[in-house]
Write a protein that binds this ligand. Sequence first.
Ligand code: ZN
Length: 317
Amino acid sequence: MHAIGIDIGGTKIAGAVVDELGGIVRRNRRPSPAGDGERIVETVAEMIEELAGDEPVIAAGVAAAGFVDSAQSTVYYAPNLDWRNEPLRERLEARLGLPIVVDNDANAAGWAEFRFGAGRLVSDMCMLTIGTGVGGAIVSGDRLFRGGFGSGGELGHLRLVPDGLPCGCGQRGCIEQYGSGRALLRIAGGIADEEAAGIGRALAAARAERPLDGESVGALIQAGDPGALEALGRLGRNLGEACATLSAVLDPQRFVFGGGVSIAGELLLAPIREAFAAHLPARGFHPEPDFVIAEFVNDAGIVGAADLARVWVAERA
Ligand SMILES: [Zn+2]
């Protein structure tokens, strides 16, 4: 039987009917009534009804940015919505009469990679989603790691630099400030300042036109500009250093990188591998993980949410 996956994003809500192999059967999408938690519940319920149609579906999974309890039912807190301890499962189940499973969006994306994408051949995987921020997901022993309260796996907030840059989470020095898409723009701006007459020349010229953004820096990376490549290299080395620490705790067989910045492919992975090797504790005395780019482009959250719902039902059958 098919399951439904819904991914609540900042600007849109995407949904699909997903088969047992992670394939999308049909999909829909609505603009996200961002900030209005009540209307989001309404919209999600309507989308699930519309997707199901007359066909029986086994369950629906809903993914959202934020902290979700370990029972996969309540959203403790969602940064972009006004949800505080929102009993999302209860409300949707009461309305739809269908099993509902709620999960963090990065967890859902990581689960899709583990089941059907770049992580499908390993039992232990760590995924870092390098978008505006840094999302994380951990699969350990074939299971998604959530922690005791459901708030685990927030890899973007692992501290990389003591007393480092302030982070949106209220702390300082988190990986998110050194390894995200936003960090890439900051690092590129620094190179434009320091090296305006040297490798930063093209970055400085681009910035004179308009503020540096993902598009302009991405284009310079693709064109092989030395300043933009240096920025990406610094970003990758920050991530590789963090992966060495994560490896000491989790010992994954594979690190998977998703999100907009991962489009850089090998240009991102090479500096990650280099810094990982330089910082891995007890290097040479144990096997090492490999580093790959995620296989899903846009649908990881939907596919992962649907499959997590299917797994939840199967485990309780
Ligand atoms: Zn943080």
